[in-house]
Design a protein around this ligand. Structure first.
Ligand code: SF4
Length: 341
């Protein structure tokens, strides 16, 4: 399937500007965007992966990771091929880099927005997650699905690297209830060299989506020797805390993969060090990830410090949620921030 990529504009020069992400590709007839899934055909930008899912799973929402969003529920999770980044540590490079590495081929199974919503409801999911690869590259597919999902009472989650344009966020805002956004580093060189992207648009997207009232959680994959200095961790923590100290921050462990096989795994001590720095900067909700560390994966009431959501075992396997449907702590009646119903 293929459809008009309507989040685009014809320029006076005759080129087509894609308005989905901050790569801002300006394309001539026949050219592909950096993501490899948007191409100018017969004078208009087309989305080549509309209705073509390359990865489909039912995941615990905790796996996205979203920890303050309908705990213990499942998210019908969909991704396509293609990505606007080229991270050397990508864990899903087989789909994200597929078009670039297979001569612009598209892969996946046909799955319409209607089918996604139908299956999500049938399987008892409470949300649809656009994930695995970068969802903004298949914006029109996510938009139509999210709209339909809302009509049927499902929530929607974007798991993203945060390169959305303001225009895209404006369009997504009515339908996307939660976003997990990566802040991969606080160093523009890291973004440039390792991801083929830039830092500033990411910080702008986080700020703008938060301003629009979308529930945000942030993830940072800590890579030994690349982005794990005290200084850099503190800069990210400060940025989040200045925006809103109640934004949860997930500190995730790196495992050698793709083009970064020469870097070792993140030790538990690094994750705990980052957790402590986050606390020092005033963040209320910190979590380690990709590693079993129960005390550091659970949620504590910021008022009375009691454990209110307990997470043990493999991601989302054992979750005990003591909060009520409004996110109220049973011990001190403080309300925790999040999307609880
Ligand atoms: S979504 Fe793809 S085509 Fe559009 S600006 Fe981003 S990389 Fe370029």
């Amino acid at each position: 399937m293929e459809q008009t990529a309507w989040l685009s504009k014809k320029l006076n020069s005759g080129k087509i500007l894609c308005q989905a992400c901050a790569q801002a590709c300006k394309l001539d007839e026949g050219e592909y965007g950096i993501c490899g899934v948007r191409r100018v055909i017969d004078g208009e930008l087309r989305l080549l992966v509309y209705g073509v899912a390359a990865a489909v799973n039912i995941d615990p929402v905790e796996k996205k990771p979203m920890f303050h969003f309908l705990p213990k529920s499942t998210a019908f999770s969909v991704g396509t091929v293609g990505c606007n980044f080229s991270c050397k540590f990508c864990q899903n490079y087989d789909i994200s880099q597929y078009p670039k590495e297979h001569g612009h081929q598209i892969a996946g199974q046909e799955l319409s927005p209607e089918q996604i919503v139908e299956l999500a409801l049938e399987r008892g999911c409470e949300s649809v997650a656009y994930t695995y690869n970068e969802p903004i590259v298949f914006f029109e597919y996510t938009y139509d699905t999210a709209k339909l999902a809302h009509e049927k009472g499902l929530k929607n989650i974007y798991v993203t690297s945060g390169f959305e344009t303001r225009k895209a966020i404006d369009l997504l805002e009515p339908y996307i209830d939660g976003m997990n956004i990566d802040i991969k580093s606080f160093n523009n060189e890291f973004y440039k060299e390792i991801c083929g992207a830039r830092l500033k648009p990411v910080l702008d997207a986080v700020t703008y989506a938060h301003k629009k009232g979308i529930w945000i959680e942030i993830t940072t994959l800590l890579i030994p020797g690349k982005n794990d200095s005290d200084e850099e961790i503190r800069s990210i923590a400060r940025f989040i805390a200045d925006l809103d100290p109640s934004i949860p921050w997930h500190l995730s462990a790196f495992h050698p993969t793709y083009k970064m096989l020469d870097v070792s795994r993140t030790p538990q001590s690094t994750l705990r060090r980052a957790y402590k720095i986050g606390q020092e900067e005033g963040l209320k909700y910190l979590y380690v990830g990709n590693i079993d560390d129960e005390d550091y994966e659970s949620t504590y009431c910021p008022n009375c410090t009691k454990r209110v959501i307990d997470r043990t075992g493999h991601i989302g396997q054992f979750v005990t949620n003591d909060l009520d449907e409004n996110g109220t702590c049973p011990y001190c009646q403080h309300t925790l921030e999040g999307v609880w119903k």
